[in-house]
Design a protein around this ligand. Structure first.
Ligand code: GDP
Ligand code: MG
Length: 598
């Protein structure tokens, strides 16, 4: 396939601006799927993506498009997620492209992730094609939004295409613009092979499948390949493209995007960002690859049933293959037994991992409250990096503690500035700048502790601004803070999995609220259960769960069998995910209660 007829592009946008719907229209217009196969957001294949209506994974599809000049082009489209937690996925897809469609909702305008994605695209030297979407809506203001794109991003307003992904308006013009404006890939078919692994997944029949973008050389079945970072060798069984159905090909040449099957049973052998070359004629230098991801938050994952520890391990390994940002290592908790400490990019990422583990691998899990990584300086001069409050050294040994801060960019209509400032203040935020984007919208910048943002910040921000605020943040450095470890005792027993690190000024309030929450969440037992919050040996709050008086069944006097059965079933249902801590049965919710008391 001549390189001049290939276009590799990505669609980037703020969440809900219409990326997936636009991808649907492009797939439909180029006839990649039959009408029968077409459904909404067809590239969102994970059950979870479909339910939540969000894109979590990047996804690729090859389209054939016959342009007005009569030539047929191969368009490789890579759909990407928009949420701040999944920026890493976006960055990976961009490294495989020459261009990006920047979708902006014409009823909204430039949002925080619009900017974040544009910066990523510029970092990868991509040609950006601005697309104003949702022009079918009466509230669309294309002129205003175009001005905003020009002023904020520096892309000429004349370059923007007017589209309705939903109604299919402007799609033909957009396809022409892709062909005309996005440059074809470079690359030398005679040079030693260099193919970038940008994604992978595990298939129980075929082993680990890698998604690759070939930069130089040609990849064919039968080739002996070498993974440059891991040094592993494999024989290629099949190469192909996704249409979106897998379609085997004779070869993948420079500029092409496709998959590779090589009977790779050892999951660790495929590393996203690694370069594949030929074992017989290796390239001198690997491709630049990716910046390694740094998980920002850590949490414990434990099987409800201790016998399923090995299954959990296996599931985490397989999931990590499809989720490059997920890291984990074994952890032992006095309260929860054997499990893993896993690192995530943020809370949504953590939720997604939990749900995927449960649905795709049939596991029942207890997740503990997430924690950031603290730098703990000891009196003896040592510095520890601690991602688990349970592992905090004794307060008497600590000289001081530093916590991670982020620089947060919040875009919001002017009338909500006060509400946002008030919230940022409460979350220990430090004001940096305020800038008017136009008469109506304001950009606020704050330095905030990551631990505060992680909790309920985004939800509170949304509710205080009626959903109008958008947020983006990046790590900005470590700062010294007055932090203390807050322990929880249930029935007199300290529960390591419930310990948290809090700012000294908030310790009493959080301790009190946490005890109240736990009192409401933990079911009554046959005996009285005291719940205490403590700093060191000092108890700062206490609640009591009153004992159960009667047996549940005592309520349905004799006769009604079906009602009795229902009651028992309900009780069983409620027992799910209960973990015995000493003599007390504690539900999963309790371990995340701390997230709701910020
Ligand atoms: P994504 O998060 O960027 O992938 O956005 P989606 O494609 O999932 O779209 C978000 C919502 O906007 C969905 O409810 C779509 O039906 C809707 N939507 C997308 N494009 C259009 C459009 O052109 N017009 C209208 N009216 N709604 C649209
Ligand atoms: Mg989507």
């Amino acid at each position: 396939l001549p390189r001049e007829r290939i276009r590799n592009f990505s669609i980037i946008a703020h969440i809900d601006h219409g990326k997936s719907t636009l991808a649907d229209r492009l797939i439909e217009r180029t006839g990649a799927l039959s009408a029968r196969e077409m459904r909404e957001q067809v590239l969102d294949v994970l059950e979870l993506e479909r339910e939540r209506g969000i894109t979590i994974k990047l996804n690729t599809v090859r389209l054939l498009y016959t342009a007005r000049n009569g030539e047929t082009y191969v368009l490789n489209l890579i759909d990407t997620p928009g949420h701040v937690d999944f920026t890493y996925e976006v960055s990976r897809s961009l490294a495989a492209c020459e261009g990006a469609l920047l979708v902006v909702d014409a009823t909204q305008g430039v949002e925080a992730q619009t900017l974040a994605n544009v910066y990523l695209a510029l970092e990868h030297n991509l040609e950006i094609v601005p697309v104003l979407n949702k022009i079918d809506l009466p509230s669309a203001e294309p002129e205003r939004v175009m001005r905003e794109i020009e002023e904020r991003i520096g892309l000429p307003a004349d370059d923007a295409l007017l589209v309705s992904a939903k109604e299919g308006i402007g799609i033909d013009e957009l396809l022409e613009a892709i062909v005309e404006r996005i440059p074809p890939p470079q690359g030398d078919p005679r040079a030693p092979l260099r193919a970038l692994i940008f994604d992978s997944y595990y298939d129980s029949y075929r082993g680990a499948v890698a998604f690759v973008r070939v930069f130089d050389g040609v990849l064919r079945p039968g080739d002996e390949i070498l993974m440059m970072a891991t040094g592993k060798r494999y024989e290629v069984q099949e190469v192909g493209v996704r249409t979106p159905h897998p379609l085997a090909q004779e070869a993948l040449g420079p500029g092409e995007v496709g998959y590779l099957v090589a009977n790779i049973k050892e999951i660790r052998d495929i590393r996203i960002g690694d370069t594949i070359t030929h074992a017989a004629r290796p390239a001198d230098q690997p491709l630049p690859g990716y910046r390694p991801v740094k998980p920002m938050v850590f949490a414990g994952i434990f099987p409800v049933d201790p016998d399923r520890y090995e299954d959990l391990k296996d599931a985490l390994e397989k999931l990590a293959l499809n989720d490059a940002a997920l890291v984990f290592e074994p952890e032992t908790s006095a309260a929860l037994g054997f499990g893993f400490r896993a690192g995530f990019l943020g809370l949504l990422h953590m939720e997604v991992v939990q749900e995927r583990l449960e649905r795709e691998y049939g596991l029942e899990l207890i997740m503990t409250a997430p924690s950031v990584v603290y730098h703990v300086y000891l009196r003896n001069g040592e510095r520890l990096e601690i991602d688990n409050p349970a592992k905090f050294p004794d307060a008497s040994k600590i000289e001081h503690i530093e916590e991670p801060y982020v620089k947060a960019r919040i875009l919001v209509p002017a009338e909500y500035v006060g509400a946002v400032m008030d919230l940022a203040q409460k979350k220990r935020g430090e004001f940096v700048t305020m800038e008017y984007l136009d008469e109506r919208r304001v950009e606020l910048t704050y330095e905030l502790p990551l631990a505060e943002i992680m909790f309920d910040f985004f939800d509170l921000l949304k509710s205080r601004t009626r959903g109008y605020a958008s947020l983006d943040y990046e790590f900005s450095g470590y700062r010294r803070s007055e932090l203390v470890k807050l322990d929880v005792l249930i029935a007199g027993e300290p529960v390591d999995a419930l310990s948290t690190i809090v700012h000294r000024d908030f310790a009493y309030e959080r301790g009190r609220k946490l005890c109240e929450r736990l009192r409401d969440i933990i079911p009554r037992q046959l005996f009285e259960v005291p719940i205490q919050a403590a700093i060191g040996t000092r108890v700062i709050a206490r609640e009591t769960i009153k004992p159960l008086r009667k047996n549940v069944l005592a309520k349905c006097y004799g006769g009604d069998v079906s009602r009795k059965k229902k009651l028992l079933e309900k009780q069983k249902e409620g027992k799910k995910r209960l973990k015995a801590i000493g003599r007390v049965e504690v539900p999963q919710e309790a371990f995340l209660a701390v997230l709701r008391v910020g």
